[in-house]
Write a protein that binds this ligand. Structure first.
Ligand code: GDG
Length: 512
């Protein structure tokens, strides 16, 4: 079996001697990387006016990390511009926030082509390529144009709207056509699969067969739902340990016996934070018995601060939290505690475990891992209750959560009141049912399922022999990498890799 080649927007190179960061794709891919070796390619997270046009390499275990920097212009046009100001709102059904600029759309395509040019020479004939997320939709088509016949899969982490919404984007047809370059396109839920199939048939006029199969000449693309999971046991263990930590103790002491409602996410307009604050305000208004008896802790890690709509959001949230605190707070009680920065992952796990209510109410979300993590973190003997937006992908697999429409502040407040007063037996029953499912569908089973379907049973190299151009480019690259590798044990690429690791940590906040 060939290597696994992963391409994602942002690549965090682990520090030498340290394991990859817990959580996220690194955990999902660990097994595949350990067993067959691999390459992880993408943006370093670094931006410079005129970065050197080179790929920097770092080897960690069986994985080669290969990263490129972005120029200021590419960052603005590709990342802050088209990806996060046009595609992100579009895919989250927020047409009013969509800001389209043809120049940015061209930069997005140019960056994807540039990535393909850099990646192609690093590929081996029998590699399997797995591309991640909306920043990289045209990458597969760019690779095909350059002659790649590899198996290439794409996973879309965010929602997929139907054509009635999607077609608002100038060039919508081209984006959908780009997906036909992939052998497998994965989305999070059945609702997203329906949206994708609708876009495919209406945007291209092609027939989507049962099972999500589309055929274009000899090429076959499969469109499927693969709901992403978490490292359930790992997160549960982190919560068990961390709930005893000094940080957790500090929070517990400060609550003075009050019940905790918790929310945690990137500060993003898709996460429904103003709506959530209004719902908490409605709880305070309509259920006076909870005044001075509950505290709502919202962790909102800063994100995409150079995108205009995110600045407005920050102001709105701060104003709303201030209004609720002024209205209902007391000398010894602040109803809303708002922490505007990231909290360490394990600490967060401990906080979840001590909170009787998890409040996760995005307006739209591909999956929402916080919902899953909150459930995994609970004490099974005395679990908390998840209040969850029906518009989070996670809701599809969690009918036992209290499902709400986040736009309905009264309805969400009712769910909060129900959660705060739910009898132990019912809490255990609801929690047990979700937790069992979370243990069956983990992040590892997710990546395994995707790769199994992508690779099928036949030999990918037989099914898609590389074209002459691609074979030549790969051959030349292997020759030149051999001469670098033999020149010194402490090669320039290796040194650059160490530098990348430092950079990647410093700029982690630019990841999404
Ligand atoms: C995209 C899709 C899809 C949050 N605050 C802190 C913190 N977090 C962690 C959570 C969770 C992760 O960040 C966020 O994951 P989400 O799934 O909620 O959201 P996105 O970042 O938007 O991710 C989403 C996901 O891709 C996976 O496919 O579910 O729908 O939008 O793990 O725990 N982590 C730390 N400090 C914080 O303050 N350390």
């Amino acid at each position: 079996m060939g290597r696994l080649v992963v391409v994602s927007n942002r690549v965090a190179v682990p520090r030498r001697g340290e394991p990859p960061a817990a959580g996220g794709l690194a955990v999902a891919l660990k097994e595949a990387f350990d067993s067959r070796g691999g390459l992880w390619f993408g943006w370093s997270g670094s931006v410079a006016p005129n970065p050197p046009d080179m790929v920097r390499h770092a080897r960690r275990g069986r994985v080669d990390y290969a990263v490129v920097d972005l120029s200021d212009a590419a960052y603005q046009g590709f990342y802050a511009g088209y990806a996060n100001s046009a595609l992100w709102p579009l895919f989250h059904f927020r047409l009013g926030l969509l800001s389209y600029d043809r120049g940015q759309a061209e930069t997005y395509r140019a960056v994807n082509r540039h990535y393909a040019e850099k990646l192609l020479p690093m590929l081996r004939r029998d590699d399997t390529i797995w591309v991640h997320d909306y920043q990289l939709i045209p990458l597969g088509a760019a690779l095909r144009e350059m002659g790649s016949r590899h198996r290439i899969g794409y996973f879309h982490h965010i929602p997929f709207p139907p054509w009635a919404v999607f077609s608002a984007m100038p060039g919508a047809e081209d984006l959908i056509r780009d997906l036909l370059a992939y052998d497998l396109v994965g989305v999070q839920t059945h609702r997203d699969q329906a949206g994708l199939c609708d876009c495919m048939s209406q945007g291209t006029g092609m027939k989507v067969r049962p099972g999500g199969e589309v055929r274009l000449r000899s090429r076959r693309t499969v469109l499927r739902a693969f709901p992403i999971g978490i490292d359930t046991d790992g997160f549960a263990e982190a919560a068990r340990t961390s709930v005893q930590s000094p940080e957790a103790e500090r929070l517990r002491t400060s609550l003075v016996g009050r019940k905790l409602i918790i929310g945690a996410e990137r500060l993003d307009y898709t996460k429904g934070l103003p709506e959530r604050l209004r719902a908490f305000g409605a709880l305070m208004e309509g259920w006076p018995e909870y005044r001075n008896a509950v505290t709502y802790l919202q962790v909102a890690a800063r994100s995409r601060e150079d995108v205009e709509s995110y600045k407005d959001l920050k102001r709105d949230i701060e104003r709303l939290a201030g209004t609720i605190n002024a209205e209902y707070g007391d000398v010894d009680w602040t109803p809303v505690r708002y922490v505007g920065r990231a909290v360490a992952r394990d600490t967060l796990a401990g906080y979840y475990r001590m909170a009787p209510v998890g409040l996760v109410t995005p307006l739209r979300d591909g999956m929402n891992l916080v919902a899953k993590e909150y459930v995994a973190a609970q004490d099974p003997d005395d679990p908390g209750v998840l209040v969850l937006s029906r518009f989070a992908g996670a809701a599809e697999g969690m009918p036992e959560a209290l499902l709400v429409n986040p736009l309905d502040a009264q309805g969400t407040a009712e769910a909060l009141a129900a959660a705060l007063s739910m009898p132990l037996a019912e809490r255990r029953e609801r929690h047990g049912a979700i937790f069992r499912r979370l243990r069956e569908n983990t992040v590892k089973s997710w990546s395994g399922d995707f790769l199994r379907l992508l690779e099928g049973n036949d030999d990918p190299a037989e099914a898609h022999p590389p074209s002459r151009a691609a074979a030549l480019s790969m051959y030349q690259a292997r020759l030149s990498s051999r001469s670098v590798a033999t020149s010194s044990a402490n090669s320039p690429a290796d040194k650059a890799g160490t530098q990348v690791a430092d950079l990647s940590t410093a700029r982690a906040s630019r990841a999404r």
